[in-house]
Design a protein around this ligand. Sequence first.
Ligand code: NAP
Length: 534
Amino acid sequence: MNTKHTPRDQRGTTMREFRILSPLTAKELPMVFISHTATEIDRIVSKSNQAFEIYRQLSGKEKSLFLKEIAVQLIAERESIISQCAKETGLPIPRLIAEFDRTIHQLHLYGDLVYEGSWVNARIDRADPLRQPIPKPDVRQMQIPLGPVGVFCASNFPLAFSVAGGDTVSALAAGCSVVVKGHSAHLGTAHVVVGAIKEAAQRMGLPEGLVELVQGMGKDVGIELVTNPAIKAIGFTGSTQGGLAISKTAAERPEPIPVYAEMGSVNPVFILPEAMQENGEGIAEGLAASATLSVGQFCTNPGLTITLAEHAGPFMKRLKTHFETVPWGTMLTLDIKKAYDEGIERILGIKGVELIASGAVTDTPFGGTAYLLHTKAETLLDNHELMEEVFGPETLVVTCTDKGQLLAVAAALHGSLTGTIHGTSKDVAEYDDLRRILEGKVGRLVFNGFPTGVEVCHSMVHGGPFPATSDAKFTSVGTMAIYRFTRPICYQSCPKDLLPKELHDDNPLGICRLIDGKFTKDILLNFKKGGNMP
Ligand code: NAP
């Protein structure tokens, strides 16, 4: 954590106070934060639960207006958010501007989704009282919100995956309230952002407590949040260790709850023979840029590159030249920097792994150096720790003797967020087995591109089998992420006036519904013929 107790803490009088270290100067920033106690967290969650009971009754159009009002308030605070965030994270301003814009885009995307309304996945099976041997009842289904959601801010996405980020916004769109656990790397930013959300809620006449922030030194605050009985789901982005600890805690509650944890991912990139021969140097350029982007601190960072040894010469040469010229960069936290250095040391300690190139070196406490490493397929297959994420600007190139060995490497890999194939049409036809293997390993297959840069859209899957995430059935980016925070409810033979509008016969919201097995926006014109609503 980028935190340090104040001197008064050591005297035992203000143990709840802490400050954040600037990654740029390694010195304390002026803001003082106070750790929340268990009692305070309980009060905050209880406020969130009260807000949920009101908020869940809002129409899609009202929720849409709220999400868009949050965007308005964030834009009003844009300068202070970006400047505070730059001080706390050391991330360059252009990167933060791009992330801010993505945050606003997410709010509009979800706002539009819930305004249109079909996302609730309404289904109607009409009654058939004359059916033999037993009458068929009227059965209707749609998605409803789970309840207050706990969201852990991501160290590496202080805006787009933190207080007003993807987890929070998808939960709000679903109709849930949110209690955010601020990340110690950017707590000042979290305060400005939560203030903007509260302003939006106030302007809309919505209850206080829709989005709350908890913070503190150590793991206790997160655990208090996860174990609070009013919390009904968790969104998490961070380490495998942290994600597993939180999942275990959630599973051991008297009422277990789902944890949607995004954790470690190596994002393998496969370069097939003809593509290598035709464009090896071009691929090397793109790969080096992707692996070192933002000091490698992206969950989609390509940590493993797999190719045949034959024809790889010019590719390796270009990759080496590129890595040698990469400047050092400021990493987000001392823990991340430490984990990165230890990871590189661990890999280099494995017999058969060689260092091909390194970028500029620094003794700055938060400074991270880019590394290009190489090994042969047999070494990787004998040392499974080489398949684990090392979070930072490195990639390990694995060379194989033939197609069989390349497929064996693919088959041995753990789950990842992405898998990339560089290949000509001849390559991809010849290596169709590779596509099939990767389909079982990743959430997103990229062809002739690079995994960093996640489009926020309706079709995106930012998920994947363990250890990439704790639940491969869901995505944390894109509008499908809303389903992490909802559940289906079914109404059988329900009186008409008790049904939610989404399930009314006359489809007053004009949404797309599955009626008797067919998707339609139609109203139930013929309902009376076959049905018997009370
Ligand atoms: P982290 O250490 O897992 O922390 C993430 C959040 O979870 C923090 O708020 C942390 O609280 C909390 N936390 C961690 N362990 C916990 C536990 N046992 N119980 C309760 N709360 C817990 O992740 P990080 O600080 O973001 O970065 C550390 C490492 O995570 C990186 O080196 C990298 O390997 C990985 N990472 C991966 C991704 C990805 O998308 N794949 C993204 C970011 C980081 P405190 O801060 O208060 O301790």
